[in-house]
Design a protein around this ligand. Structure first.
Ligand code: SF4
Ligand code: SF4
Ligand code: SF4
Length: 249
């Protein structure tokens, strides 16, 4: 059986998630036993218009990006959104807090009026095309990425955690950041990263997006127990939360 052909594309982002793939090092050789890369600007010079799996990193920030993304979608049997920029709009969504013309002036100065410097409201990939699977995080967890690709290449459905980061955090026996009078988004955020931030003494800032069914009552209880308000919690959702819908919190 021939190996699925895989192409990796990037839109607006820092390419840190692709770097995480490169950081797999010798594990990439294992992946090459189950997939055939045919386009990957960061690692090879080949191009192809024929692929089975498209992996898309970055968010959609310009009008012309949408046409390119739709073309990629048409050619791919499976489309994977890679990293928070692609799955949530990521840090790029911060742009949407400002007027577009102000943003352009800030970035380009007097050149902002040049017609080719178009910009638009930021969209996650699934705001433009259908996404089949998401690899969450900023950056992604490259082991999780490898497991997802291996599953898809062998006809299995990847299991993406639908429980909160707190589960992994507690397994690591961390002292909860709330005990340090901090606010942590772990109760509302999708697990799969193995809670590196609380394990290193930081609160979770929600880079993997909302868990499927956030337990908002539990979040309210935690807030109340530590003398915090729901507004305190929402104030921590700004970095990756400009689009996350914790509407009932
Ligand atoms: S999700 Fe984070 S690491 Fe990945 S490309 Fe976007 S900004 Fe970079
Ligand atoms: S709230 Fe944060 S620190 Fe506390 S258990 Fe959950 S993930 Fe860990
Ligand atoms: S702990 Fe939170 S912020 Fe840190 S990697 Fe996991 S989801 Fe992202």
């Amino acid at each position: 059986m021939s190996k699925p052909r895989v192409a990796i594309f990037d839109f607006a982002c820092c390419e840190g998630c692709q770097l995480q793939i490169v950081n797999l090092e010798e594990e990439i050789l294992d992946l090459l036993t189950v997939v055939q890369p045919v386009e990957w600007r960061e690692a090879m010079s080949d191009h192809s218009e024929s692929y089975d799996i498209a992996i898309v990193e970055g968010s959609i920030t310009r009008p012309e990006d949408e046409a390119r993304l739709k073309q990629i979608r048409e050619r791919a049997g499976i489309l994977i959104a890679l990293g928070a920029c692609a799955t949530l709009g990521g840090v790029n969504k911060l742009k949407d807090n400002f007027e577009l013309e102000d943003v352009k002036r800030c970035v380009y100065g007097e050149a902002a009026a040049m017609p080719h410097l178009a910009t638009a409201r930021v969209k996650a990939v699934d705001e433009v095309v259908k996404v089949d699977f998401k690899v969450h995080g900023c950056p992604i967890n490259n082991k999780e990425f490898a497991a997802i690709v291996r599953c898809l290449a062998t006809g299995k459905t990847p299991v993406i955690p639908s429980y909160p980061v707190c589960v992994e955090c507690k397994k690591r026996e961390n002292v909860c950041r709330y005990e340090y009078q901090e606010i942590c988004l772990g109760p509302l955020t999708r697990a799969g990263c193995n809670a590196p931030c609380p394990s290193a003494g930081f609160w979770c800032f929600g880079c993997r997006g909302a868990v499927d069914e956030p337990n908002v009552n539990a979040a309210r209880d935690v807030m109340a127990r530590y003398g915090r308000t729901v507004e305190d919690l929402k104030s921590r959702m700004l970095l990756f939360g400009s689009r996350q819908e914790f509407a009932n919190v």
